[in-house]
Every structure is written in structure tokens, then in C-alpha cells.
Design a protein. Sequence first.
Length: 80
Amino acid sequence: KNPWYEKSKAITLFLSMPTGELQTSKIVENAFKDGKRVFCPRVMGKGHMEMFEVFNAAEVPTLPLSKWKIPEPPTDRPMV
């Protein structure tokens, strides 16, 4: 594993569209297994995103979907 990853307490990454791009679910699962906090983007408006915390890998399939069918964390979460 990358030394920067090993030293980190939190990471940011995107949650995948259903098809057509790199699937990040295993990265999310491993981050939680490694004790990291995980922050993912939510579209807030045209050309604007904010990163909100995802609390565990099991909740990802239950998150609200964007118009592109991408899971997005709710806005009432901690933000980075």
C-alpha cells in the first residue's frame, strides 16, 4: 500500500456510476477495513461539489442517487 494512504486518517473518492467507469466499491470497503474516514462528493449545483462523509460501506447502496444514478451522501453529514 502507498505510504501516504497508510498515514492518512481520511480519504476522498468518488462513488461509481452503475456502468461505464472504474468501480470503487472495493476501495471503499478496504478503506473502512483500514480504519479510514471516507468522504465522497455530492453535486451541489452546476459545476459545484462538496465532500460529505460516508459512515460505512454497507450504507453506500442505500444512499440517495443523483440524476446519473450515482450514490451521494446526504448533506447533513460531516463535510471536508
